[in-house]
Design a protein around this ligand. Structure first.
Ligand code: ATP
Length: 376
């Protein structure tokens, strides 16, 4: 069990900052996912926490103890990597026992721990096999098991599922979530896969260019993305983001772009540029959904996924995406009117990329106007 505090952590590689003054608190029992595009600094941050890489600046505190200068093996953290790195010539049992042998643990205690971990991970029947006699998923479980036997205070995982096929990934994702619940331990998990992040994390930390863009629960990240970057990175297909102008007319705040109009809430604002964001799954055919947003477009392409359709439409200058199960009847070239409810509309500042809130309950988010939403 451990609480990990990261204070101003920085890693400077020859002239460029891979991790740039990151502050983060990982609570005891959290499943924190570090999420971001390739090269954003996830692995570098994890390696600094693990003690495999010395930070250029900043501190790491685990359970109140400053461990920044402690070597990796004294931090009582376990790492699970993308490549399983099992010893090919050793049996599963010996692979599992290996970290304990290194610690010179007595054989009897070692055997008990290996048995317990094998039972936890469903490896009991495979203990005598060699890694080459296992499937990819089983090998991955042995790799996790090797971390588990040490009973570390936290688990650090770097893309542990990326070598598995899609089906196995889903199953192993579920296993990891269950394992986390059972162990009630702290997990820090690196991935660029948003599905892994959304399904397993108690807290997602979205990184871009070495900095934290947003840290929050999966719901917060999805429903209230703090920036255009987060809005565009989390969600598939990504959120529609359209440059628009906000203003007010007859006491109602509006935002419009060519082919798109939003009547937002009661109040007055000075005219200003904004970016309107709306997720494809929140755009509905306008007859069946009244709402604050109206989009007038022309269908360009439809993808039928069976359970639902993805529709690409041109609205003014923007190419938008809508996703749902009520879009089947349209053809290329059809005119279409879509709507979205007020609470599904996001506004961002085009200069800073940061979210604009109309009901500002956070000091960090600039309020465009605090006022009461008008009924749809
Ligand atoms: P990926 O998802 O591709 O693994 P990441 O988010 O984990 O990416 P990092 O591996 O942390 O990214 O790398 C962050 C940045 O630091 C990248 O630009 C990378 O090229 C650079 N970098 C990483 N390790 C080193 C190193 N040892 N020396 C110099 N630059 C490095």
């Amino acid at each position: 069990m451990s609480r990990i505090e990261i204070l101003g952590l920085t890693q400077q590689f020859k002239g460029h900052r891979a991790v740039d003054e990151v502050d983060l608190v990982i609570e005891d029992g959290d499943f924190v996912v570090l999420l971001g595009p390739s090269g954003c600094g996830k692995t570098t941050l994890l390696r600094m926490i693990a003690g495999l890489l010395e930070p250029t600046a900043g501190r790491i505190v685990i359970d109140g103890q400053d461990v920044t200068d402690l070597p990796s093996k004294k931090r009582n953290l376990a790492m699970v990597f993308q490549s399983y790195a099992l010893y090919p010539h050793l049996s599963v049992a010996k692979n599992l026992a290996f970290p304990l042998a290194v610690l010179r643990m007595p054989k009897e205690e070692r055997d008990t721990r290996v048995r317990d971990v094998a039972a936890t991970l469903g490896l009991d029947k495979l203990l005598q096999r060699k890694p080459r006699e296992l499937s990819g998923g089983q090998r991955q479980r042995v790799a996790v098991g090797r971390a588990l036997v040490r009973q570390p205070s936290a688990y650090l995982m770097d893309e542990p599922l990326s070598n598995l096929d899609a089906k196995l990934r889903t199953a192993t994702r579920q296993e990891l979530s269950e394992l986390h619940a059972r162990l009630a331990a702290t997990f820090v998990y690196v991935t660029h896969d948003q599905v892994e992040a959304m399904t397993m994390a108690t807290k997602i930390v979205v990184l871009d260019a070495g900095r934290i863009e947003q840290a929050g629960t999966p719901e917060e990240i999805y429903h209230r993305p703090a920036s255009v970057f987060v809005a565009g990175f989390v969600g598939a297909p990504p959120m529609n983001l359209v440059p628009a102008v906000a203003g007010s007319a007859a006491g109602v705040v509006t935002a419009s772009a060519s082919g798109m109009d939003a009547r937002l809430w009661q109040g007055e604002v000075d005219e200003r540029d904004v970016v309107i964001g709306v997720r494809p799954e929140h755009l509905r055919v306008a007859d069946s959904a009244t709402g604050a947003l109206r989009v007038h477009g022309v269908v360009e392409r439809i993808e039928n996924l069976g359970s639902e359709q993805v529709l690409y439409l041109r609205a003014g200058d923007a190419l938008l995406t809508a996703r749902g199960d009520g879009l089947g009847g349209y053809r290329r070239g059809d005119a279409i009117v879509l709507g979205a409810a007020l609470e599904r509309i996001h506004l961002f500042d085009p200069e800073t990329g940061r979210r604009l809130e109309w009901v500002s309950d956070s000091d960090e988010l600039p309020a465009i106007e605090a006022s009461v939403p008008i009924p749809a």
